[in-house]
Design a protein around this ligand. Structure first.
Ligand SMILES: [Zn+2]
Length: 189
């Protein structure tokens, strides 16, 4: 997303616990939340998940605390008692790998997920928020310290993983792509 955009008003039915209910779960069933980056549209629901462990990258926290990124909200940084600070790439859970993809933000991470059926998926996050970022190798609209080359390097890294691991890259703000997926509460195995 771009900086300094006002978040839309959220409806009660859009809160994370309401979505979990539809799957027969509650907030206490969630052990770990993986944060790809600290922009408000990626962390704004955390207070609905008390008691879980929140994985956040050290570089992301350090950069956010310097203050110039208008899409990181101070009250969300203040609520850090659930955070487990991580450094670099690691195994989040069996079959779930944290992939470093900086550029959109200083410590941006993507998520490589092995599935029971079909090819693995990489949730690109905002390293590639739209398909055109991947297909045409265009840096995201916002780059940390205007460092487009860092962001482009991450896009190329994700594409190299796609070809090496035979996985799918999912851009995470692309409405056309989103509409091509099964609609919640349906899912892909
Ligand atoms: Zn973002």
């Amino acid at each position: 997303m771009r900086p300094l955009v006002e978040p839309p008003n959220m409806q009660e039915g859009q809160r994370i616990p309401r979505y979990l209910e539809k799957l027969g779960f509650g907030p206490r069933d969630v052990d770990i939340v993986f944060i790809g980056h600290l922009h408000f549209d990626h962390v704004g629901g955390l207070h609905d998940l008390p008691g879980c462990t929140v994985h956040v990258q050290a570089d992301e926290v350090a950069a956010a605390r310097t203050g110039p990124d208008g899409s990181v909200f101070a009250d969300e940084l203040a609520n850090s008692n659930q955070w487990e600070i991580k450094t670099g790439e690691y195994l989040v859970a069996p079959g779930v790998h944290a992939i470093s993809s900086p550029g959109h933000t200083a410590g941006h991470m993507s998520l490589f997920i092995e599935l029971q059926k079909g090819p693995p998926v990489i949730l690109c996050g905002d390293a590639a928020d739209l398909r055109e970022n991947l297909v045409e190798e265009i840096a995201p609209g916002y780059c940390w310290q205007d460092n487009a080359s860092l962001a482009l390097g991450s896009i190329r890294k994700l594409k190299a993983l796609e070809s090496r691991e035979k996985c799918e890259l999912w851009p995470n703000h692309d409405m056309d792509f989103f509409m091509s997926l099964p609609r919640f509460p349906a899912w892909r195995d």
